[in-house]
Design a binder for this molecule. Sequence first.
Ligand code: ADP
Ligand code: MG
Length: 706
Amino acid sequence: MVKRSFTYLSDINLDTLNGLGDKRYSLLKRNDLFSITDLLRFFPKKHIDRSSVKLIEEITNNDINSEVTVIAYIKKVSVFTTRSRLRITTLIITDDTGVINAKWFGPQYIESRFKEGERVAISGKPEIKKSGTVEYKNPTIEKFDDLEDLNETGSLIPVYNKLEGITSSSIRKALKQVFNIISTKKEDLEPGIEDVLPDIILKNFNLLNRLDSLKGIHFPQDKNEYYASRRRLAIDEFIYLRVIFESLKKNYKKQSKGFSYKVKIDEVENYIGNLPFSLTNSQKKAAFEIFDDLKNDYPMKRLLQGEVGSGKTVVASIAIYSTVQSGYQVALMAPTEVLCEQHFKSLKSFLGKSGIKQYLLTSSTKEREIIDRKIKEGEPGLYIGTHSLIQEKIKFKNLGLAIIDEQQRFGVDQRKKLITNENTIPDQLVMTATPIPRTTALSIYGDLDITTINELPPGRKKIESHLFNGLESDNLKVFEKCKEHLDKKSQIFVVCPFIEESENSDIQAAEVVFQEYTEKFTKYNVKLLHGRMSNEDKEEIMKKMIRGEIDILISTVVIEVGIDIPNASLMVIESAERFGLNQLHQLRGRVGRGNKQSECIFHITKKKSLTTISDDGRKRLEAIVLLDDGFKLSEIDLEIRGEGKVTGTSQSGKSDLKVANLRFDYDLLSESKYIFDSINDEKIKSKILKEAEMFFPNYFKVESST
Ligand code: ADP
Ligand code: MG
């Protein structure tokens, strides 16, 4: 004897149910509801609480704001039409403890559907008249033979997303039929639904079994049952995601990258020993994790994440060293030219001694054609560039490793383009300083292994954060702070309001700020940098800033990523409430690179203060001044933005989580990890995978098109 499984039930079409009819069936199909499994997983949007069932004499003034269900019989039916032709149907209903006057306004033909003497359940918000009579206006009413059959009243009533031509009531009826069928024995089928999780796990983690959770999410007896059901189903979804990614990774690891590393561990240790500083433990660990991965026969796919300034570049340099020494090309793609140049410079200081050739491809590169040729001919070395690296005409002949810095700025497609290689599959290293909470990491980078640097290089001082409002006295404080830093011969970054409409308005706003600072600090060199300037001009200004020739650099958000200027010790973010939390964190990380005590000022837009900015803006600012942990901030950001969707490539409903919510269910996510890890039986895992394939088909499409 076996129980019906989701797979089994997905082969049973909904037209086998009684009372659905061809018309309703085709409407359901139009909404992707084909089978019993589809219907079971068509979860309610909400429940209306009609679970409070009372005798009429028990109804008091305390009940007038919530729905009360009464089980009674009809004493009298009457219809009355007002002079303005409004039809009012009144049923007098009693349960022998009191009387209810129930009234319907308008043509609802209640009088033709209900007769004197019939037993009914009626739900509504009661009104208590001065005379003491209870009155219901437009209540929900249904007849019944057996209390068990109540469909609209008497409990938590599920309400479903509107489907054209199908009422929630008919969904409820169909579901009740389904639960009836499932609970009956038939030939060699046992009552119940096959659960993929074994009893021992259900018991250890206090989980409802599958049938109970499905019943409980649709027709809960009370809220606790609903929450317990939801918990089980959300955990299932997280487990599906895990099993999907595990399987994608496994398949990926079956591929061969078709080349091998010749570098020995002592060479790498020697390289590390020759670096200008010693690595932190966290960097060492990360470096060897990557090195081990490079040596595998299958291509590496790894995310290297770590706080701003945690020193990811030098870790990447170890992978670069190993790859180029083995005779292959490395491509490093960064989002801006300034950043490419900085990488070029710092990597030169790391890799220079080992004789590794480095090429920089920016718009100002002179020997462009020569470098392009080297790329095509397979000349080993490190090639650094912006997305110009992935132009159609550039084809690496001998690419061993593709590194993508600040991944959040690039689309998935760009990542894929870079790794397309004619001969072999290169290793992939993706770096990001926007730390990603585990949940999002799971959804966005589920196919990558993750290495985290969770330690900053020694000697870094904590950056002091200040929140200043836009009112007169605080505006002055901002200038006073600037003065303090200038007196210490430090440099200052001022980042300007981010204005959503257009880049032009960003620039205008920056010009206003530039004006202010120039007038205030006449003795200092104040410069403006914005996105519309030519690359040469931008570059010139950045170079001057790096050389310490600029005291105050006013800029639009172009300096957001990567640049490293140890002598800059003050960051002022104007109209800080307009920036995203990750962006604020990134910007703050631009200072605090040297040994000076650094500060960051979050300055609210002129004339505004915490109480007059948007709620979200206030929450972000409160979080940023309090916390300097990028991971936490990232989670809070997610919460504020309310991101709740996990998708494959399309937003199509079928690939989304139906129950679990990334915004609220962190706890369930980590619980799901424990549960998943405690499953050792491969048979169980493959069953879960089979269900996951059925419920999240898009993930599988994504990978096969890579
Ligand atoms: P990010 O992780 O933000 O990309 P970088 O790689 O740019 O950080 O490193 C930030 C700065 O810290 C660089 O100037 C780098 O040379 C320096 N650095 C990195 N690792 C160490 C270390 N172990 N000791 C001292 N300085 C380090
Ligand atoms: Mg970096």
